[in-house]
Structures are given as structure tokens and as C-alpha cells.
Design a protein around this ligand. Structure first.
Ligand code: MN9
Ligand code: PYR
Length: 327
């Protein structure tokens, strides 16, 4: 240990090497970043700088969640994930508050490697999804896996990424929280991507000292999660509806519930429409491309490009929405 490291540990600064805002609690909106790709399917790092500027200046979003579901993290090589994490951290420096890097993988050593890498580059947090091929069958097995990853990045806040519709791991978070800080001292919160608001509410109910952050991940019903005390949200739609969703958060905080509902209804009207057409990461890439003008490129197989018909309909629907702020 260098003298500096000793001082930092004595002061227990949460983010010793971070280029992001040190110690600021994660709240508000977090955009789950898309991984831009070239037309032939290679990761396209060259537009990330522009992407960061777009999120900050056009969407008023200053936190990102990299290499998650929307970022096709589980479809990328370890090398690609590291390059992306580095580029997001580099471009986010002095512009973003938090860069959370998703480091979950089916292979524990790969996940640990990614966690060490995220720590080394100064990520402001790491997140881990439940392993979903061989699955943990109970809370203790899941926590043991998470602990082995978290301990590789001992100075970095750790978030569990709960997304049972995709992982098939339905262990309730409220149960998982019991004693988790003893197992994982860096445990800082949950990205909660499930519709079970009873489970979310009981997590918040248990979290009396408000030490953990609960970020909701079902964008179409964020207002319900805010009502039970969610600290913020992580989602794909904050890439292009961040500004509108921020207005919903403001209305909720004021409180002007009628206005907050209006925003949630309109966001829901768009999402309900595209979900009926078939909505996933490929479609998110297409929507972000036409809204931001930044080319997101195709998704990686097995996902396939959104159709021209989808794009035309989604664009017409979004353009038709009369937002309360007059846009
Ligand atoms: C399954 C999935 O990708 N969920 C995302 C985050 O967790 C959400 O942001 C959704 O994309 C969004 O709620 C639209 O359905
Ligand atoms: C949507 C989300 O949070 C993710 O892409 O991981």
C-alpha cells in the first residue's frame, strides 16, 4: 500500500480512484446504454463521446449503466466489454455523475476479471446479474456468487441486478437483503427490473436507514415504483425519453401527481404501442438512432434489426404525442 492508499482507506472514501462524482448517492435517472455497432456488427467506440454529450445536454441524464441488457453485455466478448467500459468512463469524465458497469457473466472467473477491470478504470459502481444457465436455487447460493465477484472490487459500490423475466432467477430481493452487508460490505443497492412492487416496497420498508439505493427498471410503470419509494430508475428509454421522464420525477416530487400521471400515461402510450409491435433491444437501437441522430447500428445475433415498418410506426407514434410541456 502506498501512503495515499492508506489515507484513503482511513478516510474510507467510497471511490478512491473514481473520475466520477465521489460519494454521491445514486438517484434519479440512469440510462442503460446501447452498444453502438458498425453496419457489419463490430462495436463502434467512435460515437460514444457524442452519445455522452447527447445524454447530458439533450436528455438531462448524467448516470449510465453500461453493458447491461440494453447494451447486449451478455452478447459481447470480455475484450469488447472492457473496451466499452473504458471508453464510457473516459468520455464520461467531468460530464457524468455515475458510470455503473455491469460485470455479470455465467463464468465466475470472467465476472471477477471484469470486476477487477471496472475497479481499475475507476467505474463508480459495478452490477451483477444472477447467473442464468446453471442457476442459484436459493438466496444463499446467489449471495455466495455475488460475493465472489464483489470482493474483487473491494472499493467499488456493488449493485445486484434483479431481472427475473430474463434470468429466470426469481429469488425475492426482500429476502436477499437479509444480512447482505455482512457478506458483501460494498453492497449499495439493487437495479430492480421486475413488476413485483410488493417485493420492491418491502425492500424499501426494510431499508430504514436508507443506506441502499433501489433503482427501478420497468420504465412503463416507474411512477408506481416512485410511490413506494424507489430512489430512481435504470432503463433503456431514458436514452431518448430522459427529459420527459425527468419532468415526471419533478412533478412527483413537487408534488403534482396529476402532472406526473400525465407523463406516465404518455410514456406508457408509446411503450404500449411499440410493445405490441414487438419491442426489444433491436427496436431500442432503431428508436435511439432516429431520435438522437447517432447511428446505433444493428444488434448482434440472435437479435435481428428492427423492420422499416416498425421504425416508421414508432416514429409516427412518438411524433404524435402531445407532451404537457408543449414539445
Ligand atoms: C427487459 C428490459 O430490457 N428492461 C429494461 C431495463 O431493465 C427496461 O428499460 C425496458 O427496456 C423498458 O421498460 C421498456 O419495456
Ligand atoms: C434496461 C437495463 O437496465 C439494462 O439494459 O440493463
Amino acid at each position: 500500500h502506498t501512503g495515499l492508499e492508506v489515507w484513503e482507506s482511513l478516510l474510507s472514501l467510497p471511490f478512491p480512484d473514481s473520475s466520477m462524482t465521489p460519494g454521491k448517492k445514486l438517484e434519479g435517472l440512469v440510462a442503460a446504454t446501447i452498444t453502438p455497432m458498425t453496419p457489419d456488427g463490430q462495436v463502434n467506440l467512435s460515437v460514444i463521446r457524442q452519445y455522452v454529450d447527447y445524454l447530458v445536454s439533450e436528455q438531462n441524464v448524467k448516470n449510465i449503466f453500461v453493458n447491461g441488457t440494453t447494451g447486449e453485455g451478455l452478447s459481447l466478448s470480455i475484450q469488447e466489454r472492457k473496451q466499452l467500459a473504458e471508453e464510457w468512463v473516459r468520455q464520461g469524465k467531468d460530464k457524468l455523475d455515475h458510470v455503473i458497469v455491469h460485470v455479470g457473466a455465467l463464468s465466475l472467473p470472467e465476472s471477477q476479471d471484469l470486476a477487477r477491470h471496472a475497479a481499475a478504470i475507476g467505474a463508480s459502481g459495478i452490477a451483477v446479474i444472477a447467473p442464468f444457465f446453471f442457476k442459484p436455487t436459493n438466496k444463499d447460493e446467489l449471495v455466495a456468487f455475488l460475493q465472489k465477484v464483489a470482493s474483487e472490487a473491494s472499493g467499488v459500490p456493488f449493485y445486484y441486478y434483479h431481472i427475473p423475466p430474463l434470468t429466470g432467477v426469481k429469488i425475492r430481493v426482500e429476502e436477499l437483503l437479509d444480512g447482505i452487508r455482512e457478506q458483501i460490505p460494498t453492497f449499495q443497492g439493487v437495479k430492480f427490473s421486475d413488476t413485483d412492487l410488493l417485493d420492491l416496497a418491502q425492500c424499501i420498508n426494510k431499508n430504514e436507514s436508507e443506506q441502499f439505493a433501489f433503482l427501478y427498471g420497468v420504465d412503463e410503470q416507474l411512477l408506481g415504483a416512485l410511490a413506494v419509494g424507489a430512489n430512481g430508475a435504470v432503463g433503456s428509454t431514458y436514452n431518448y425519453l430522459g427529459r420527459k421522464t425527468n419532468l415526471m420525477l419533478q412533478a412527483f416530487a413537487k408534488p403534482d401527481h396529476a402532472l406526473a400521471q400525465k407523463y406516465q400515461f404518455l410514456i406508457g402510450e408509446f411503450l404500449n404501442f411499440v410493445i405490441k409491435l414487438g419491442f426489444g433491444v433491436a427496436q431500442t437501437k432503431a428508436v435511439m438512432t432516429f431520435v438522437s441522430g447517432i447511428p446505433m447500428g444493428p444488434p448482434r445475433p440472435p437479435l435481428v434489426n428492427a423492420s422499416e415498418e416498425f421504425i416508421a410506426k414508432a416514429k409516427a407514434k412518438l411524433d404524435s404525442i402531445a407532451w404537457p410541456d408543449g414539445d
